[in-house]
Every structure is written in structure tokens, then in C-alpha cells.
Design a protein around this ligand. Structure first.
Ligand code: ADE
Ligand code: ZN
Length: 339
């Protein structure tokens, strides 16, 4: 008899978070506390009101609310509190390594200096590393609805922090803003020694995944769901062991997948893709990484082996050095053997 797949096994399974927007971990309770602390007016009467507003019909309807919510973040302490709350939460989800995104332009465009954002986030990251024995990397994401020149300006503001950042990403409104729009900014980031990732094929076509690979030369694809529409692209991604950071609860919340029971995560694995499971914006989409794993495993009736493969892929897709990676894989194997 194979060992049963329990929620506890999935929750405590060692895993890496590779697709998380820190601004998307802003829970309504913290939003209210920060609004009061900073005397920022928010258009909601209660925490329940905020949650009730979280009903999306596509990526843009979410982004509008997500950028509005970020307005309560003003001081270094706010960004520190946001990060600490996230790491405290996922320490309970078996996360031993996290590579998280932040969107500097969301804040610099409302007058918050880049240095305030970065100093606050790194303060939270340093606390979390010590408290939870977790390793953490920070990825600076460019907003793709803004011009490439704006990304270059942001890159210049990031200069004093570059040795502490592990990579750059590309997010926000996908359709109409193809990866090729950021060819020069990504080339500069690559020249600076940063790892490269881009959201592609979340709402946008498979062609955007091709562009992320061919024009941006990314090391990792965020989402990638619509690559499934292009068999030659699937073969290429499988052959190259290109990691796809898939976010099932996000896909359903943003209506890219009609229901979790129809999510293609196991089809991706069957096709030989290096797919992993992550949370995207957990405060908005109904669950952190543990809930994404548990709910998807239940909805798709995943086997224990498939769940372990998804966790293994999260480490294989990380930007960790070989030695640290091998340590995490050994811990994962030991956990599986013991459980
Ligand atoms: N920013 C935060 N979450 C995002 C998502 N799912 N897609 C694109 N941009 C985002
Ligand atoms: Zn995302």
C-alpha cells in the first residue's frame, strides 16, 4: 500500500516559493492597520467589505484593486511589516526558501522613494531569515504597462541595491505589452548579473512565451499556461527543463481556468514540463502556497508522487547555488522517506 497523501504531508513538505508578489500578500487586516497608522483613506468600511470586493473577471480587474491597496504602504516600517507577515505565514507552509517579487514602480510613482521600499523589505527579509531559518531572494519586477524608459529609470534607482537583488521580473497587464517591449532593459539586467524571469502566457498568447525565451532570454517563466496551446513550444520547454511557476488559485480567481478541477497542472507534468505550484497574490486569491498545493491536489486527485515532483521542481527551478540546492533536495527526500 502506498503511503496516503494527507493535508499535513503536503503542508509540511519542504518547498520553495518562486512566484509571490509581496504587495499581493497584503491582507485586509494589515491594510486597515496601515491605513490608520498612515492616515490614508481607503474606500472600505470593514475588512469584510474589502474581501467582498475581491471578485475578479480578468487580470486587469484584479490589478486595479491591487495597485489601489498598495497605497497604504508608505514607510520603511510598513514594507518591513508586510514582509514579516508574509514570512511568518509561509513558515507554517513548509517554505524553506523564497524568491519573491516586488513592484518598485507601484510605489515610486506615488512618491515613495525606491530606497524606502528596498530598505523596508530587506529589514523584513533579514528578520525572517534569522527567525525561520529560511533563505530569501528578492526580485525586482518591472511593470509592463509602463514604457521601457521607466524600467530603465527604476533600474538606475536600484543601483545601490543591485548586489542584494537576485533578479528582475516582468509583470502587470500582459496583453498588448509583449516581452519584446523590454528587450533592452532585460539585456541590461542580464549584463548586471541578475537572473531573469517574466510573466508570460498567463493571459497573453503562446507567442509571448516564445518572446520571453528568444528576446529576453529568461531563466524562468512565470505562469506559462498558454504555452499548452503550442505543441512545439511545449516540446522546447520540456527539452530545456524550463521552469513554469504555475499559480492554480490565481488562475481560477482571474478566470484563466474555469475551475480548479479543470486545472492543467498534472497535464503539464505528464508532458514533461518542469511545472511548480505557487501563490501569486495570496491575500487576493484565497490561499498561500500550502493552500495552493492542498486544494490543487484534492481537485485534481494528484498522487503523492506528483505532489513531491511539484515540490522538487520548486527547488530545481530556484536560483540557489548547487550545494544549497542539493541540501534542499536531500531534505525533501528524507521527508518523503520518513512520511
Ligand atoms: N502583478 C501581481 N500579480 C500579477 C499577475 N498575476 N499577473 C501579472 N501581474 C501581476
Ligand atoms: Zn504573478
Amino acid at each position: 500500500m502506498p503511503a496516503p497523501l494527507t493535508d499535513a504531508f503536503i503542508t509540511n513538505l519542504p518547498k520553495a516559493e518562486l512566484h509571490l508578489h509581496i504587495e499581493g500578500s497584503l491582507e485586509p487586516e494589515l491594510m486597515f492597520a496601515l491605513a490608520a497608522r498612515n492616515k490614508v483613506a481607503i474606500p472600505f468600511a470593514s475588512v469584510e467589505d474589502v474581501r467582498a470586493a475581491y471578485s475578479f473577471t480578468n487580470l486587469q480587474t484584479f490589478l486595479d484593486i491591487y495597485y489601489a491597496g498598495a497605497a497604504v504602504l508608505k514607510t520603511e516600517e510598513d514594507f518591513r511589516d508586510l514582509a514579516v507577515a508574509y514570512f511568518d505565514r509561509v513558515a507554517m507552509d513548509g517554505v524553506v526558501h523564497a524568491e519573491i517579487f516586488f513592484d518598485p514602480q507601484t510605489h515610486t510613482h506615488r512618491g515613495i522613494p525606491f530606497d524606502v521600499v528596498a530598505a523596508g523589505l530587506f529589514a523584513g527579509i533579514d528578520e525572517a531569515k534569522a527567525k525561520h531559518n529560511m533563505s530569501v531572494g528578492l526580485i525586482m519586477s518591472f511593470l509592463r504597462h509602463l514604457p521601457e524608459e521607466d524600467a530603465f529609470e527604476t533600474f538606475a534607482q536600484a543601483e545601490p541595491w543591485l548586489d542584494r537583488l537576485i533578479g528582475v521580473g516582468l509583470d502587470s497587464s500582459e496583453v498588448g505589452n509583449p516581452p519584446s517591449k523590454f528587450a533592452r532593459a532585460f539585456a541590461a539586467a542580464g549584463d548586471a548579473g541578475l537572473m531573469l524571469c517574466a510573466h508570460a502566457g498567463e493571459e497573453g498568447p503562446a507567442e509571448y512565451v516564445h518572446e520571453a525565451l528568444d528576446v529576453l532570454h529568461v531563466d524562468r517563466i512565470d505562469h506559462g499556461n498558454r504555452a499548452l496551446e503550442d505543441p512545439a513550444l511545449v516540446a522546447r520547454l520540456a527539452r530545456d527543463a524550463m521552469t513554469l511557476t504555475v499559480c492554480p488559485l490565481s488562475n481560477v480567481a482571474l478566470r484563466n481556468v474555469d475551475r480548479l478541477e479543470n486545472h492543467p497542472i498534472d497535464r503539464m507534468l505528464d508532458l514533461g514540463l518542469r511545472a511548480t505550484i505557487h501563490s501569486d497574490d495570496p491575500a487576493y486569491f484565497g490561499g498561500y502556497i500550502g493552500e495552493n498545493f492542498r486544494a490543487t491536489a484534492a481537485a485534481r486527485n494528484l498522487s503523492r508522487e506528483q505532489v513531491v515532483t511539484l515540490a522538487r521542481n520548486s527547488f530545481l527551478g530556484s536560483f540557489l547555488d548547487d550545494e544549497t540546492l542539493s541540501g534542499h533536495l536531500a531534505s525533501l527526500d528524507a521527508y518523503v522517506k520518513a512520511g
